[in-house]
Design a protein around this ligand. Sequence first.
Ligand SMILES: Cc1ncc(COP(=O)(O)O)c(C=O)c1O
Length: 500
Amino acid sequence: MTTGSTEKEAETRCLHPGFPTIFEKSKPGRSSVATADEPVFDAGEFDGYLRDVPAELPEVAEVDLMRHFIGLSNRNFGVDNGFYPLGSCTMKYNPKINDVTSNLPGFTDLHPYQDAEDCQGALVLLKDVETILCSVFGMDAFTLQPAAGAHGEFTSLLLFKKYFQSRGEEHRVEMLIPDSAHGTNPASAAMAGFKTVEVKSNDRGLVDVDSVKEKLSDATAGIMMTNPNTLGLFEEDVCEISKLVHDAGGLLYYDGANANAISEIVRPGDMGFDAIHLNLHKTFSTPHGGGGPGSGPVGVKKNLEPFLPNPRIDVREDGLLDFVDLPGSIGRMKMYYGNFLVVIRAYTYLRMLGAAGLKRMSEIAVLNANYLRVKISKFLEVPYNRTCMHEFVASADKLTTETGVRTLDIAKALLDYRVHPPTVYFPLIVREALMIEPTESESKETLDNFVEVMKAIVEKAHEDPDWLKDAPHYTPVRRLDDVLAARHPDVCFTGWGICE
Ligand SMILES: Cc1ncc(COP(=O)(O)O)c(C=O)c1O
């Protein structure tokens, strides 16, 4: 077997000097595992299923295998190797104790079809998480089934639908959604069969009460609100809006993706919300990014509880916990009982912090964001520049007019300073937006360093804008076509003719 030498390969090698693919490192006969001397099964049993020729796998020693994967991970950016102020994503540090607990064999060796008698510990843990979340967010019941925030939104809206069906109010088909909402809100509403109706923000960046009044009608099914909203501002009129929507016969949905700003300080249930989703993979410190697994539990008030996804956990007559099905349920939203190991991570975090720790988490998230807002607003515009919650939105609009350097250029340049870019061009109501969320797990030194880096980039924009437009300069790959890279990733090694 030879490694081919196409033009493309040569190009790849130039782009990655000193970083050959694992296929190129391969040498026939090398191995990272010890194989048995004797065959471990009778090949005859698998007649017709065996390969005619061995699979074309790289053959490398353990040391090279290890260097290959560590090398790959070093070329990536993660919250474990740098500051990651990705607004609305809450990329906070995930304590490693979470991985210790979720890797305990008593959990990892459980089978989802195991009898309830054999997994009481796991059921108690799930039930405990539901109970803690009810208490922290002021809801009556929680389901841990949804696999992500957007999945939680969709689940909640199906609950709304079932609720209106149960009352013979199928004419309620309109879902009010603020223009500052995260894109998943209108998408979930449309998927659940609602018509989306946009509600305007006012000049303070908050949901405009008059716009809500104007849009309410007999057709209103409810409103989806994010609080704090995606500008990082607390919706001060939330109680008035809640009353207006309820008086009109609608329900209130709380996008709780930003719950690290409010935990143990104020409760969505007390603001009048009927349903809420949380992102355990943000607020409660379980890893995220890269597509999962996540967890988007949904909490509801009593009016929606009968419709929660099956199965629920309840106490049997003999006192043990077991799964039960509700007759009015919207059905199952995910296989088994949600992403159990993610829930264990969140449980560990919740139990380690306790109520006082959660409150401190929220206070520091808000303090850190305001510290950065004040410092950064000295050299970059912050359109709604007043006390924020866990994040704030800056704008490079003026800088673009003065220098031609856009938000995207700033984002790319940050990578050269080993800082992950903030969320860019969102929310849509701010031009050239940079949405910055430092999170509660960062030190003052890290925040100060970020301020210095941002300041240096803004100064560079005036001195040498072309350098910024060409950034990043020092990353393993330079400026990629983001859409092409996401939609058509070129990850195949073609050297052995495998992918051709
Ligand atoms: C405000 C808000 N809502 C909903 C979501 C969706 O969450 P998920 O990515 O887990 O589906 C996000 C994710 O970034 C968000 O920031």
